[in-house]
Design a protein around this ligand. Structure first.
Ligand code: KIV
Length: 257
């Protein structure tokens, strides 16, 4: 696809839906680059690649290693790397320090951070200093304990107004786009109409300006349970098991060469 920078990405709002996916490795980035407008090195890698229970334990070092691998695999693509929990919430200065490490060590174009109104000051601080920011509102996986589990956000009037306020604040603060996760579909559609930057839905509305999924989920790579909103396009874990079993039989019967 033609998007390799933030300006092109933003200009596509209202033109056509934006195709976004995650990648954590060189080979996956390489495989998906031609079909995507944005590749996110998500901190979901803690759960998908390292078997962690949540994204909370993920470190800046892990994001830097995986970010570099993804940029190496898709260097013409718009690559965004997640700031992990604890690396930006303390102050705008801490966020700038972490972001500058990620930009220098990986060569990515932008960072993503979770938060709405409470992160607006930080987003403004970063964007004014040359760090493009993709924000993430609705269900914020790094705050899973505070949310009381993984659940739909914005079903009650108060929660819906808070999410709308988050969207308006982060757009005003200079975020170049926002991921909206597990938000009631009418609310996500309303936010998409209200803000001038692209909205990227995950378990939100088809009315968002774009969509993102964890690539391993849509490929059925692990065989693990996926969130109910994920459409699985294939079941790669089955093909892998069959192939590995055939290899095993060949080795055991001395016919693998
Ligand atoms: O960490 C991640 O992969 C994400 C996406 C699923 C949006 O935040």
């Amino acid at each position: 696809m033609t998007v390799s920078n933030i300006r092109d990405f933003m200009n596509l709002k209202g033109e056509r839906p934006l195709v976004c996916l995650t990648a954590y490795t060189y080979y996956m980035a390489n495989l998906i680059a031609d079909s995507t407008d944005l590749i996110l090195v998500g901190d979901s890698l803690g759960m998908v690649q390292y078997g962690m229970k949540t994204t909370v334990p993920v470190t800046l070092e892990m994001m830097a290693y995986h970010g570099e691998a993804v940029v190496n695999g898709a260097d013409q693509s718009l690559v965004v790397v997640d700031l992990p929990f604890g690396s930006y919430q303390e102050s705008p200065e801490q966020a700038f320090h972490s972001s500058s490490q990620i930009l220098k060590l990986t060569g990515c174009a932008a960072v993503k951070l979770e938060g709405g109104e409470e992160m607006a000051e930080t987003i403004e601080y970063l964007t004014k200093r040359g760090v493009p920011v993709l924000a993430h509102i609705g269900l914020k996986p790094q705050s899973v304990h505070a949310h009381g589990g993984y659940r739909m956000i914005g079903k009650t009037g108060d929660e819906a107004s808070a999410v709308m306020n988050d969207a308006v604040c982060i757009a005003q603060a200079g975020a170049f786009g926002m991921v909206i996760e597990c938000v009631d579909s009418a609310l996500a559609a309303k936010i998409t109409k209200k803000v001038t930057v692209p909205t990227i839905g995950i378990g939100a509305s088809n009315e968002c300006d774009g969509q993102i999924l964890v690539t391993e989920d849509l490929l059925g790579m692990t065989g693990a349970k996926v969130p109910s909103f994920v459409k699985q396009y294939t079941e790669l874990h089955k093909e892998i098991s069959v192939a590995v079993d055939k290899y095993k039989q060949d080795v055991l019967s001395r016919s693998s060469n």
